[in-house]
Write a protein that binds this ligand. Structure first.
Ligand SMILES: *Cc1c(COP(=O)(O)O)cnc(C)c1O
Length: 429
C-alpha cells in the first residue's frame, strides 16, 4: 500500500493534492507520506513477530531526522554505515542498543565514537577490522558485540551488478569458507563478543529464494560453530527487501517472512532486519515542474527543474522510476504504475534535467500525455536513495523535503540556497 493516489484526476499524497504542496513548498520537492512509512514498517515488523526480531531501519536509504523520528516512534532500531549516520540516530535519541553499525571502511574515530555511544553491534567485515575494534575497545576499557558479515556466495540474478554484495568477489564481508577460521581466531575475544552473524546479500531482492539459500548455508555454519562450544545468538539478515518500482513487483513482507521464519526458528537465533527501500521507496515521490519541451533529431525531451543532482538513481544504476503527470486530463484513466503506460494521444519523451551531463536523464522513452511548460510531474518510488544521494553539482541547491500527515504537511528540510552551498568557501576568502 502507499498513499499516493489520484483523486478526481489529481495526484494526492494522503489527503493533500500534490499540486497544493508544490504551490507552497516550491519545485522540485521530495514529498513523503507518514502513513506509508508506518504501514511498511508495521507490516514488516508484524510479519516477523513470531521470533524475537529487531527491525533496524537502514538510515542511508532516507536519513532525514523527521523520518527517523517517525520510525523510532514505531519501535524501530537503526542500521548505520558511518559515524555521520550514527550521529543522526543519536540526535533523535535512538536507543543505542538497537543500533547496528555496518560498513567496510570504519575509521578509528568512528569506531571510538560508536563505542562511546554503546551501540548494540558492530557488523564486522574483515580480520583487520575485528582486531582494530577489539584494540580500541581494550584501550577504552569497554566491551561490545560483533556480528561477522558472512558472504554466503548467493545472489539474485535480477539485482544490478553495482548493488550485488553477497558474491565472493565483492569488497563486503568474509567468505563463508573463511568464516569458521574467523571464529576460531576471534570467537573468544574479551572485548568484542563475537556471537552474531550478518548476511546482507544485495539489494533489491525480488524473492525470498536468495535469503533462503543464504540461510541454509548459515544454518550449517551455525551448527559447526556451536559444535565447537561457541555461541551464535543473533542472525542479522540485512536488508534488500524489494519495493514496488512497478505495481506488484515486490513480494509482500509476509511473503518473505513465510519462507524465512522457519529457518530462523530452526537456527534458534534472535533476528535483526535492516530494511531500507522496502519501507521508504514507495513512501516518497519527487515532484518536478516541466521547464521546457524540445526536440532533438527524432527525440522529444521534457526538461524538468529536477535533475540527476536531485535523483541520481537513473544515471547511476539505469534505474527506472515511473513518472506520471500530477494532473490527469478530464476523464483520463488512472495510470497503473507500469513503465509501459501509454495514454491515448501520448507522446514519447525523455525526461531530463538541466545539468551539463548527457547522463542527466530522469526517465527514458516514456509515453506521457502532451505536457507543457509549468506542468507538474511526479517521479514515483523516490523515497529510497533519492534525497540522500542528492548533490550540489552545478551549484544546484538540493530540493526541499516535506512530510505529509493526513491533510497537513510539514517542511522537514527547507530548500537549500546557493549561498548555503558556498558559505563555507566564502568564510575562507
Ligand atoms: C544498504 C544496506 C541496507 C539497506 O538495503 P535496502 O535494500 O535499502 O533494504 C541494509 N544493510 C546494509 C548493511 C546495507 O549496506
Amino acid at each position: 500500500m502507499d498513499a499516493f493516489n489520484y483523486i478526481n484526476g489529481q495526484l494526492c499524497c494522503e489527503d493533500l493534492p500534490v499540486a497544493d504542496i508544490v504551490a507552497q513548498a516550491g519545485s522540485p520537492v521530495y514529498i513523503y507520506s507518514k502513513a506509508t512509512l508506518l504501514d511498511h514498517y508495521t507490516k514488516l515488523a508484524s510479519s516477523f513477530a513470531d521470533v524475537d526480531t529487531t527491525v533496524c531501519y537502514s538510515i542511508k536509504t532516507l536519513s532525514n531526522l523527521s523520518i527517523l523520528n517517525v520510525l523510532k516512534g514505531a519501535g524501530s532500531g537503526f542500521d548505520v554505515v558511518s559515524g555521520g549516520e550514527l550521529a543522526r540516530a543519536m540526535a533523535i535519541g535512538a536507543d543505542p542498543q538497537k543500533i547496528v553499525y555496518a560498513g567496510v571502511g570504519k575509521t578509528d574515530a568512528e569506531i571510538r565514537y560508536a563505542l562511546e555511544c554503546n551501540i548494540g553491534w558492530f557488523n564486522i567485515e574483515s580480520e583487520m577490522e575485528f582486531e582494530t575494534i577489539s584494540a580500541i575497545a581494550a584501550e577504552m576499557g569497554v566491551t561490545t558485540r560483533g556480528a561477522l558479515r558472512i558472504n554466503p556466495d548467493v545472489y539474485d540474478p535480477k539485482t544490478h551488478a553495482y548493488t550485488t554484495t553477497g558474491k565472493k568477489e565483492t569488497k563486503f564481508g568474509v567468505d563463508i569458507d573463511r568464516a569458521e577460521d574467523f571464529f576460531d581466531r576471534y570467537g573468544r575475544d574479551e572485548h568484542v563478543k563475537l556471537d552474531s552473524i550478518h548476511l546482507h546479500i544485495g539489494s533489491p531482492i525480488y524473492s525470498a529464494d536468495p535469503y533462503v539459500a543464504a540461510l541454509k548455508k548459515a544454518l550449517v555454519f551455525i551448527d559447526a560453530i556451536r559444535a565447537k562450544g561457541m555461541e551464535i545468538n543473533v542472525l542479522d539478515l540485512g536488508g534488500g527487501f524489494a519495493a514496488d518500482y512497478e505495481t506488484g513487483k515486490s513480494p509482500l513482507a509476509a511473503d518473505y517472512a513465510a519462507e524465512i521464519l522457519p529457518l530462523i526458528k530452526q537456527a534458534n537465533v534472535n533476528l535483526i532486519l535492516e530494511p531500507g527501500r522496502h519501507i521508504a521507496c514507495n513512501a516518497g515521490i519527487l515532484a518536478t515542474k516541466v521547464l521546457y519541451t524540445k526536440t532533438g533529431g527524432e527525440k522529444k525531451f521534457l526538461i524538468a527543474d529536477a535533475a540527476m543532482t536531485d535523483l541520481l538513481r537513473p544515471a547511476l544504476y539505469q534505474a527506472e522510476h515511473f513518472v506520471y503527470p500530477v494532473q490527469l486530463a478530464d476523464g483520463a484513466a488512472t495510470p497503473e504504475r507500469k513503465l509501459t503506460y501509454a495514454p491515448e494521444g501520448g507522446v514519447t519523451v525523455d525526461i531530463v534535467g538541466g545539468v551539463c551531463e548527457t547522463s542527466d536523464t530522469l526517465a527514458h522513452a516514456r509515453t506521457l500525455p502532451p505536457m507543457t511548460r509549468g506542468d507538474l510531474l511526479a517521479i514515483f518510488g523516490a523515497g529510497a536513495y533519492g534525497f540522500v544521494m542528492a548533490s550540489t553539482y552545478n551549484t544546484r541547491p538540493r530540493p526541499a523535503e516535506v512530510l505529509v500527515d493526513g491533510d497537513t504537511f510539514k517542511v522537514i528540510r527547507p530548500r537549500e540556497t546557493a549561498k548555503e552551498i558556498f558559505a563555507p568557501e566564502q568564510s575562507c576568502l
